[in-house]
Design a binder for this molecule. Structure first.
Ligand code: 3IO
Length: 339
């Protein structure tokens, strides 16, 4: 009897001691992270999010589980940076053009410096960030940076010259918006995620962005014309809450660190290929007309852009930012990464 009693106590003690050890192990071995995104699941920021999720889960053998929230269900477009800093999500994907005054240095990638594709833009942006480590990202861990492909005008009515553009309500943000204004359009600012409704209600007659949205948002249904300008790219960042990052063990941090450049480049390549697919879809399935500006007309558009970079440098100086150096670094990086 005494023996039985002793072993019962022994078992109880054993079990009680095991509970915290066991649950500690479970906690230490698996991390759930919430990843917020603002546009719908079909669009490129969410496609790259799912690719990153899959790679992280695979490379950590399931020790990290990523819960993705597309469509602004966790954090909306303009609140992304502050939402991640405040911990409303652990990770968030943001478009820097939606808060141009906040990301002055990295938004310089959208100046008319002749970035011709998304892969180049993405590597240039990531290198610019690593080189200058702008204060705007000091409260987060950067997990990826990338840009769209160059912007073109998607519209309900054809735009063949600057006169056609005059006073036309077109949606854009950040650096791309500045360019539209200079060309004489009536630029209307709003995030991409608000554009389908604005197009449908007739608040805008088109938009200025990368043309994969013709397919992914099916803007090809409303916008039957695309004027090829191949200018401004939109810069994006994937950021993580810093205290969440600091709590991850080193081996899991390494998986994500090793993915930063790869993910940025992957997204650039995905975007470049997807733009081609969307153009084909627009032409063949939606009867969209792609307009190339006549040579003399194109020179007029370019002439208007000629002072943009120098004007930006002057404005940057007023904010105590060394715009000369940023443009110099950008030109060097574009030369390095261009295809
Ligand atoms: C973009 C933003 C969300 C989903 C798809 C997209 N394709 C291009 C952009 C760029 C952008 O942020 C914008 O507002 O044009």
């Amino acid at each position: 009897m005494k023996k039985l009693f002793t072993s019962a106590i022994g078992l109880t003690v054993f079990v009680v001691f095991c509970i915290p050890v066991f649950s500690f192990n479970v906690f230490a071995k698996s991390y759930q992270l919430n990843y917020a995104n603002f546009p719908p699941a079909s669009t490129f920021p969410c496609v790259q999010m799912e690719r990153w999720k899959k790679e992280v889960e695979k490379r950590t053998n399931g020790a990290v589980k990523i819960n993705t929230f597309p469509g602004g269900t966790l954090i909306g477009a303009k609140g992304m940076m502050d939402g991640v800093i405040a911990g409303q999500a652990d990770i968030g994907n943001l478009c820097m053009a939606y808060q141009p005054g906040r990301f002055v240095i990295t938004n310089a990638v959208s100046l008319p410096l002749n970035i011709r594709d998304s892969k180049t833009g993405s590597l240039v942006l990531l290198d610019l960030y690593n080189r200058l480590k702008p204060e705007a990202f000091s409260k987060v861990k950067v997990l990826a940076m990338f840009t769209t492909a160059p912007s073109n005008i998607m519209s309900k009515k054809p735009v063949k010259n600057l006169n056609d553009l005059k006073g036309m309500n077109l949606r854009a943000s950040g650096g791309a918006a500045q360019i539209l204004k200079i060309w004489g359009a009536n630029q209307i600012g709003m995030p991409m995620s608000a554009t389908p409704e604005a197009l449908q209600k007739g608040v805008v007659q088109g938009l200025f962005s990368s043309v994969e949205v013709m397919k992914d948002f099916n803007f090809a249904e409303d916008c039957k014309y695309v004027t090829l300008t191949q200018t401004a790219v939109y810069p994006f960042a994937v950021v993580m809450n810093l205290s969440k990052w600091n709590k991850l063990p080193e081996n899991l941090q390494k998986v994500m660190d090793d993915l930063v450049r790869e993910q940025s480049e992957w997204t650039g390549n995905y975007m470049d290929n997807h733009v081609k697919e969307a153009m084909q879809y627009s032409k063949e399935k939606q009867g969209v007309e792609f307009i190339t500006l006549a040579k003399t007309e194109h020179s007029k558009w370019n002439a208007k852009l000629a002072p943009v970079v120098d004007d930006w440098i002057v404005k940057a100086k007023a904010k105590n930012i060394d715009g000369d150096n940023i443009v110099k670094v950008l030109e060097e990086l574009i030369n390095k990464h261009k295809n």
